[in-house]
Design a protein around this ligand. Structure first.
Ligand SMILES: [Zn+2]
Length: 167
């Protein structure tokens, strides 16, 4: 890969995808030689890892597989839509939010099960509530619009689930 500082840097990632990096000037170097070496190091590091898209795609997929193992029919993670910049931002937000949503979901299911064990709710209520939670998670996962994910960035997982249920 060429190292042309004026036209930016094309990096071929470990996953095989090629990404373009415009500004790669490590800060905090008074010596130009050291600065160039640091940039070279950064480029080599980038080449050794997956591109952003692949990196952030795997994390939520692992979470969704957890849900599938619990018997939920979770749809495939949709391809995000929006501008390149929005999608890149939304990918990170989605990975983090799905993490939170899945752990919140697990917590809620656990709560239901212990309520059922204590006899405070019936088996029927347990099933109904679990159905509602399942639907909420499925609905959240299905969102493809990058803008939607960006809007949710400050939203707590509990609120996202509650909102999905009430829609
Ligand atoms: Zn990739």
């Amino acid at each position: 890969m060429g190292r042309n500082a004026y036209s930016g840097f094309k990096v071929k990632h470990a996953c095989g995808h090629i990404a373009f990096y415009e500004r790669l000037l490590p800060q905090g170097f008074t010596d130009d030689q050291a600065r160039l070496a640091a940039r070279e190091g950064k480029l080599t590091w980038l080449e050794q890892r997956d591109c952003q898209s692949c990196h952030y795609k795997d994390q939520p997929e692992v979470r969704l597989d957890e849900l599938r193992r619990r018997g939920l029919s979770v749809p495939d993670l949709p391809r995000l839509t929006g501008t390149e910049k929005q999608m890149s931002w939304a990918r990170k937000i989605r990975a983090g939010k799905l993490d939170e949503v899945v752990s919140r979901y697990s917590y809620l299911c656990h709560q239901l099960e212990s309520q059922r064990q204590r006899g405070t709710i019936s088996a029927q209520v347990l099933d109904q509530r679990r159905c509602v939670y399942n639907r909420a998670v499925t609905q959240i996962v299905a969102h493809a619009d990058a803008g939607w994910w960006i809007e949710q960035r400050g939203m707590a997982a509990a609120d996202m689930l509650r909102h999905a249920v009430s829609v």
